[in-house]
Each structure stands twice: as C-alpha cells, then as structure tokens.
Design a protein around this ligand. Structure first.
Ligand code: TYD
Ligand code: MG
Length: 453
C-alpha cells in the first residue's frame, strides 16, 4: 500500500492490533510473523468530537436497569451467549471463512424475528439475492428481518441511528470502511473505527450488536482479535470445514460464564443443534475392538462428551519420524510421545505416529492425554482395547496420571452411553463412591497401560 508523504503512519499487527513505529518481521506483542501493515495513524479529528463529562456515582447507589433479555430459542446458541442477549450487548462472532458464521447469524436472526424482535442484517459480502437464496434454503421467512448490502460506515451509522431495530448484525466487520480514512476496508484502523462507533451506538441506543469477523492467518486483513477487548462477548465458531460438526465457544463474556459450548451439525438446511454429542462422536465406534481406538470421556465447556480417539503407529522410513495430529495440538502430541519414550521405553523415535479425533472435533482438554497414549500404545503393539472401556486422565512429565475436573459428569455420561469400565486417575477415584460402572484408578502411565493390556 502506498501512503502519501507527510502523513503520520505506523505499523499495525493484523492479528492483535499492536502499533509499532518501524516495520519488523515479527510482532513484538503477539509473536506472529509477517503481519505488520503500514497504516495511517488516526488523528484526533477522525476520533469524533469532545465527550461530555462522565458521571461519577457511589457504587452502592448505582441502580441496575433490570431489563429482560432476548432469548432466541436456539438453545445451543443462547447458552453460549450466557442465557440471553441483553439490550446494548455487543457480541463478536469469529471464525474461519466458510465455517458457517453467516448461516448461524441468519438462523439466529430468524429466531429473534419470530420472537417479534426487529432485526437489521447488514452485509458487505453478499448481494441481497444471495442472502435470499440462503434464507430459502434455511427456511428463514424473515418477517421482521431487514437486509441491506452496505459497507460504508457512515451509511450504516445513519441506518442504525434510528434505533428502530433491537438486533443489528454486521457481516462482516472487515468489509466496513469509513470514508474519513484512506486505508482500505479490513485494515486495523478501519475495523477498529467501525467497531468503536457501532459499539458506542449500540450502548446508547440499547440494541444488541453482532459483529462477524473472519479469522485470518496473516496478511492484510485485521483479524477479530483486534476487537476482542472492545466487545462484551467473544464467541468463536470452530470446526473442521471438511466435517459436519461445529462448536460455538465463548472466550469472553461480561454477562455470563465462558464455560459453555454450543454444538451444531451443518446439514442441507443449515445448522442443527446437537443435544446428545456423545452419540455423534461415537458413530464410527464399533463394539468390535480395534487396535488404536480408545474412547475418551472429556468435558468441553460444562458438558461431558464421549469421543473416539484413533492412533496409527507405523515404522518410520529413513527420514525423520512423522507426527500428524488431527484435532489435537501437534506440540502436545510430541510431548506425550517423549513421555512415552522416556518413561515407558517404547521406541517412538523410530515410528511415525498419526492421531485423530472422531468427527473433526478440536480438543484442548488435558484429560485426553491418557486415552491418547493408550490409543498410541494399542496401535504400536497391535493390541485391542476393550470397546466398552473409556479412559481419561492428564499425564505429567514424569509419567504420573493427574486428576481431572468434573469426574462425576464423565462417569454418568459413560454409564448413560452403555460403557462398563472407566480407567481414571486414582486421585479422582478416592473422592467418588457408589459408581454405576467399574472404576479402575491409576497413578501412572505404566499402570494404565498394564490395565489396558
Ligand atoms: P457460511 O455461513 O457462508 O460461512 P461463513 O459466513 O463463516 O464464511 O457457510 C459456509 C458453508 O456452509 C458453505 O460452504 C456451504 C455450507 N452450508 C451448508 O452445508 N448448508 C446450508 O444450509 C448452508 C446455508 C451452508
Ligand atoms: Mg459469511
């Protein structure tokens, strides 16, 4: 991008928004590479006029306006927002392109519209006929939904300023640009300016605002991270676009817990709520035992989910051994393999290891360590793990098995799904009595591998 001389510019990180005076290969703040972009520094005139003096009040005397929130009726969606959408609440919905953000917000818009709320859907990405086609596919009637194709911030401000709508959706914030700025849409300055103005208007007007933002790996377009500190709630829509399952996860919520997740399945007619996730992530799991396959009892958000983990271990050629992890952090896999080699003497350095999570689910819970290692050893030794056994536990660097949280939920879910035995950390076992299935407590990795056989 060429910037005229004498204009004050700085280098902004497109991932975290940090400002740098000089160009450099790596962002000082977030450590990402090749993400600094030269942009004009916003001047005070573009920041708006003087603001009135803020009112100071004794905390004990501040009154809360107990307005009731808006419930969409899409349980998996409402739950992640903290139960309800409050007036003046701002929500950032991030996710990779093509994951289903526009589908989700259109379905939510219809749900709010059916509750009698007026919804304004502003898109800078699709034409109105394109939206109509999607709406038809999703069986969205849209009686109370107004759609506009617009990317000018000034025009959007004029439209939302009438405060006629209770819910406003901007899809996506990276397409909105102010005419006051030279920089193109999607740059850090533009995205921040748009979010700043719209958030202030949403608070003043008492309507809820959804900002949709594409996650970008690097490059010219500012990612949603740049806006995270400005909004009340940050939710990410995750999943593997080659699989059908999508997980909605809150990473920040000023009005509720972030421990909740929403699960959806992308189908022909849009997103369908998944009320019983275990049954979905076990669909490929057969009663016939197979080597390398283990069911893990994990908790995502506050929800217990049983999911099949698979491992394939084969002799490496002459090159470096391969480690390929689907749905699990690659570094974590390397660490677990190092523990296996050092503490249990398995020859991992001479083997290729591939692991994957059923359904394309992405897991970050520490409790997957033990089932993952059991699956790897099962494949290495070509020995089957009993198909009615589930496994959970965090594994420490010296091979010790550490306790996990919410163990009762995991046990009950295992019993509900017809499992008969659970291998779990000994520390968890001591705290729980009277269990519906057989419980096997283990203190270290070697013991767990012996139990499995
Ligand atoms: P979209 O909501 O456009 O993603 P985003 O806004 O995050 O970029 O959805 C993208 C994908 O979802 C698209 O490849 C097609 C698929 N899809 C379905 O499978 N079923 C549907 O009913 C719809 C509307 C989309
Ligand atoms: Mg979209």
């Amino acid at each position: 991008m060429t910037v005229p001389r004498k204009v004050k510019t700085a280098y902004y990180c497109s991932q975290c928004g940090a400002q740098h005076s000089k160009w450099q290969g790596q962002c000082r703040e977030c450590g990402q590479w090749n993400c600094l972009i030269e942009e004009r520094v916003p001047t005070s005139t573009t920041r708006g006029g003087a603001t009135p003096m803020a009112v100071a009040q004794r905390l004990s005397e501040v009154t809360i306006d107990r307005q009731s929130g808006f419930v969409s009726g899409i349980v998996e969606f409402d739950r992640v927002l903290g139960g309800q959408l409050l007036a003046g609440m701002t929500v950032l919905l991030g996710g990779e392109p093509g994951i289903g953000k526009s589908t989700l917000v259109l379905q939510a818009a219809e749900a709010y519209s059916q509750q009698g709320l007026r919804v304004l859907y502003i898109t800078g990405e699709e034409s109105l006929p394109q939206i109509k086609r999607r709406a038809d596919r999703l069986q969205v009637k849209g009686d109370n939904i107004t759609v506009v194709n617009c990317s000018s911030l000034e025009q959007i401000i004029e439209r939302v300023g009438t405060n006629e709508h209770q819910v406003v959706i901007i899809d996506s914030v990276q397409t909105v640009a102010s005419e006051m700025f030279d920089s193109p849409p999607g740059t850090v300055a533009q995205v921040r300016e748009a979010a700043n103005k719209l958030i202030a208007m949403s608070k003043a007007g008492g309507w809820a605002l959804f900002l949709v933002g594409h996650v970008t790996k690097e490059g010219m377009v500012a990612g949603p991270k740049v806006l995270e500190h400005m909004v009340d709630t940050v939710v990410y829509f995750e999943g593997d676009s080659s699989h059908l399952y999508r997980m909605l996860r809150a990473t920040k919520n000023r009005f509720g817990s972030i421990a909740e997740i929403g699960l959806f399945e992308m189908a022909e007619r849009g997103l369908i709520e998944v009320a019983n996730p275990s049954s979905l992530f076990l669909t490929g799991h057969s009663d016939e035992p197979r080597s390398g396959s283990v069911v893990a009892g994990i908790v995502e958000g506050n929800r217990p989910i049983l999911v099949e983990l698979q491992a394939l271990v084969t002799a490496a050629g002459y090159s470096n051994p391969q480690r390929v992890a689907g749905g699990i952090d690659n570094k974590r896999l390397s660490l677990l393999l190092a523990i296996l080699e050092k503490r249990c003497d398995y020859p991992m350095a001479t083997n290729d290891v591939f692991v994957s999570v059923a359904g394309g689910l992405k897991l970050s819970e520490p409790g997957i360590d033990l089932p993952l290692l059991v699956a790897i050893v099962s494949s290495l030794l070509n020995r089957n793990v009993d198909s009615k056994t589930i496994c959970v536990g965090e594994v420490g660097l010296s091979g010790e098995v550490r306790p996990v949280t919410m163990v009762d939920r995991r046990i009950n879910e295992a019993a509900r799904m017809g499992f008969t035995r659970m291998i779990l950390p000994q520390a968890n076992l001591e705290k729980s009595a009277d269990k519906p299935i057989e419980m096997v407590g283990v203190t270290n990795l070697q013991a767990a591998l012996e139990v499995v056989g």
